[in-house]
Design a protein around this ligand. Structure first.
Ligand code: GRF
Length: 198
């Protein structure tokens, strides 16, 4: 069984894709042992509660400083004892100690075809605004391992999505989520879970 912890900051549609994937068995041999958010208002926490998954909020606002947040966050992850950590729209820079502790066991979903439109400052709608400004005809999503850089870890899966003539950033974001993110993130987790069984 692959035990995973999912880290979220927002609406949680990628978390929901994982929950649904486990429920309909497109993701096998996997259990979400906990969901952690830095944002108390994240709807993703509600999604976890609705699915009966332990949900925790560790907010930097409740911590005296960055070091205290980093330690609380790492302590909670260690307590949940995951085989894999999944960053699903998690907008927090991971503590270096976490990356070292869980080397090659942290994955992230990014809403572009890395190495395009990634790195510092490229998250959420900003990614799609940039893709439209540049005029690319194809974009998509990437699942990659997390290392000390920003969106620089080894690529696991990618899926391309067509950019259409009258796309707005919001329309393009939704298409990338529906046609790419919600497909390749569950697929990547399932592949890791199967490899873990061998
Ligand atoms: C998605 O666009 C994802 O690519 C990016 O952040 C957003 C998260 O959305 N990392 P959600 O919280 O999974 O709905």
């Amino acid at each position: 069984m692959l035990n995973i912890v999912v880290c979220v900051s927002g609406g949680g549609t990628n978390l929901q894709a994982i929950i649904d994937g486990i429920s309909n068995e497109t993701i096998k041999n996997t259990k979400i042992t906990g969901v952690i958010s830095n944002n108390p208002g994240a709807y993703a926490l509600k999604r976890a509660e609705n699915a009966g998954i332990p949900a925790f909020c560790i907010s930097p606002k409740d911590c005296g400083n960055r070091e205290e947040f980093n330690q609380k966050f790492l302590d909670k992850v260690i307590e949940l004892n995951p085989d894999l950590i999944v960053l699903a729209g998690f907008l927090v820079i991971l503590p270096k100690k976490m990356i070292e502790t869980y080397r090659d066991r942290i994955i992230n979903i990014h809403p572009s075809l890395i190495p395009s439109f990634c790195g510092t400052g490229f998250y959420g709608l900003k990614v799609h605004k940039e893709a439209l400004r540049r005029g690319v005809k194809v974009t998509g999503a990437t699942v990659h391992y997390v290392d000390e850089g920003t969106d620089t870890g080894r690529i696991i899966l990618q899926k391309a999505v067509e950019v259409l003539e009258d796309d707005t950033p919001e329309i393009l974001q939704r298409r990338v989520m529906e046609q790419a993110e919600w497909v390749i993130l569950p697929q990547a987790i399932n592949e890791i879970a199967q490899a873990d069984q061998k």
